[in-house]
Design a protein around this ligand. Sequence first.
Ligand code: TRP
Length: 455
Amino acid sequence: MQESRELWNNKIGFIMAAAGSAIGLGNIWRFPYMTGQNGGAAFVLTYVIFVVLIGFAAMLAELSLGRRTNKNALGAFTAVVPGTKWRYVGGLGIFTGIAILSFYSVIAGWTVGYMFKTIGGVFSHIPNAQYLADVFTGFSANPVSAILLHGLFIFLTVFVVMGGVSKGIERWSRILMPLLFAILLLLVIRALTLGAGVKEGLAFYLKPDFSQINAGTILMALGQALFSLSLGMGTMITYGSYISKSDNLVSSAASVAFFDTLIALMAGLAIFPALFANGLNPAGGAGLVFMVFPMIFEKIPGGMIFGAGFFILLSIAALTSTISLLEVPVSYLIDERKWSRKIAAIAAGVLAFILGIPSAISQGASDFFSNLPLIHISFLDFMNIAFGNYALTIGSFFIALFVGWKWGIKNAVKEVEDGNPVFGYRKMWSFTLRFLAPICILITMIYLAWTGNFF
Ligand code: TRP
């Protein structure tokens, strides 16, 4: 007899776990860095529009498919239509999970490293902005620490995932997110009171210059929305499969999307004023937040303690995200291939570790991986954009079509209405999944292919 599937302890447990998956480096590291590279406020606005218009609908689609089928990212498709070719969408998601995990844990490793640096007093006296750039470059170009910290992070992720769903994930997510929020609030307040440069920073971040928008930035904003909400690869299908039938999917999805976006917007509100106040370049790339946050902490009494606390909490926020990435291949291997949870977690973790090594040495340690032929970006940037943007966008495109047409919007609505009898958003949801989201994605993809500017 099949064992009954483990469920989240209750609705709050699920929201905390899903928010734990959504909130992570995507909000605090990736969002400011993408905003800085893609034109500031116009990008922010596009991102928020995508969260509301497409992200929320896509999240509801994944959750309802997961809860209906009680299956993993691939099994959910075949549970609806046995043997269907749509399972390749699930397959893409499973691989994308490992690919994102591979570079994500490199950045998470940097976060751990920065916690030690902060405790060690590296940032207690900052002579100038160049100093921070030098610290970052020196640190990220060191292959030994980069690979070791990446390995450490994968190890922690595997360790938690081996422990199973509700006990492992929920316990972590519950207590620590509010603390992270509090420190972030402190950072925002300090950054806004830095004086010179704050105005320019706010203008860059909040006053849209629409000439900055093109197919590339639109797709980056969509990719960022999906990445930040953990969509497009079956994380929310997998997490949805652990939700009880009596929970309200609509309000759960809405709270997750709301808090996730709030945290990202706050991170930007701390970063950009501080960045301009110190004359740094907003398009500084993957190291951006590692150069800016220490600067703000230095200007806060007891900043070393807040700084170390911040990097610890950010590492934990990253961990609740990496476990949701690893859980996708793991639950596939358990359900469909009958592997034990332990072996599945270890095997997928080892794969992500190996795949992450080129990313770990792509910030100066290896010339080849730091500047790939043809596209002239680092391997880490390549993985971030290829999987963090395009694979998720393609995944969401097919998930929307699958739920909207193949599984059928009627069935999907029925699933949502379990636990939420008054589903006022029904018509709009149906329209978004069947038409709006797929058409938007298709048009920007075609336009981008036309201009040929993929990276
Ligand atoms: N959303 C997480 C973040 O913002 C990262 C993440 C976890 C993710 N699971 C995902 C991204 C699934 C895409 C898909 O840090």
